[in-house]
Design a protein around this ligand. Structure first.
Ligand code: CDV
Length: 311
């Protein structure tokens, strides 16, 4: 019997700096209901979906930074998402900024969770590839301070049995690194959720700007194809507090083909009916890892030739 799961990507338009959590949660709830009406089993929201993308601004005020973070999940303001998911019988993926005190000190992570159709958290991922810088760069039009506000995720790239298959998560910049997908591919992942906040402008290398959407799709399509998995890319889009961000949320098949794509830069839900056995077809032929992959030879090649890095 075919294993079909209907996945939805709930792209978000900009979130104003002044927008409150209840206001943002209302937007998410509206899209969750819309996704359910479109037949979705799971709805995926972007990276840091509860706030404006504050790493674009510098502050030394620790209390101000804390206000962008969730000290509990669910908390009183996010509980409605869990309640509505249970009422509708829909799973969801949510990116948010996590304030963790379980280790006895304050730690901040760029986090995503998977929630099942009963409203239970079944998986958590903390972003590993943090882009940008930690120092103040007031001369740039906006900053990219993820290295200042977040620690590198400490949970690895996990995979969970969920939604009738195996699900994993990566976050934004992770999608540019083949290792992210490969670690999930080695766990036979069948659907990968990836929320992103990607500015159109790249202050460190403006010549990359014209290629933003191409690189977005290139990264996720190759990750999907080379690891025999569905990939759901979910954007925070539009001009947010003066920063123009790419849209282009999409759902990509294990063939590498984009089967659904957002057409606006605002709140927009797209869905695709995803056959999880399409991934199996690739995993058991072209990309049969046990038969065709040769990691022992990769190591020997590096040992024989030495590092090739430039000076
Ligand atoms: N939020 C991100 O990780 N954004 C990066 C930008 C800063 C390059 C990205 O890879 O899209």
């Amino acid at each position: 019997m075919a294993r079909i799961v209907t996945l939805a990507a709930a792209q978000m338009g900009p979130i104003a700096r002044t927008e409150t959590r209840p206001q943002v949660v209302e937007r998410l709830l509206a899209m969750m209901r819309q996704a359910k009406g479109m037949g979705a089993d799971v709805v995926a929201f972007p990276e840091a979906a509860l706030t404006a993308f504050f790493p674009h601004w510098y502050t030394e005020d620790d209390a101000e930074v804390d206000r962008w973070f969730e000290a509990e999940m669910p908390g009183p303001q996010t509980q409605p998402l869990f309640d509505e998911a249970r009422r509708l019988g829909i799973g969801f993926h949510l990116g948010y900024c996590e304030l963790d005190r379980t280790s006895g000190r304050k730690r901040r992570f760029n986090t995503a969770i998977l929630v099942d159709a009963q409203g239970r958290i079944i998986g958590k991922y903390r972003k590993i590839h943090l882009p940008g810088h930690a120092d103040h760069r007031p001369q740039t039009p906006f900053q990219n301070l993820e290295k200042r506000y977040f620690e590198v995720g400490d949970l690895g790239f996990g995979a969970w049995r969920a939604f009738g298959g195996i699900a994993g998560m990566i976050i934004c910049n992770d999608r540019r690194w083949p290792e992210s997908y490969r670690v999930l591919g080695l766990q036979a992942v069948e659907m990968v959720f990836c929320g992103y906040n990607t500015p159109v402008h790249h202050p460190a290398a403006p010549d990359h700007d014209r290629l933003g959407q191409f690189h977005n799709e290139l990264s996720m399509q190759s990750g999907a194809y080379q690891n025999s998995t569905w990939v759901v890319g979910i954007a925070k889009a539009g001009v947010e507090e003066g920063v123009d961000m790419i849209a282009g949320s999409c759902i990509i098949a294990p063939t590498g083909e984009i089967v659904a794509r957002a057409s606006t830069a605002g709140d927009e839900v797209i869905v695709a009916r995803c056959d999880l056995d399409l991934g199996r077809s690739y995993r058991e032929t072209t990309f049969h890892m046990a038969i065709h992959r040769r990691p022992e030879h990769y190591r020997m090649i590096v040992e024989r030739t030495g590092p090739q890095a430039p000076d």
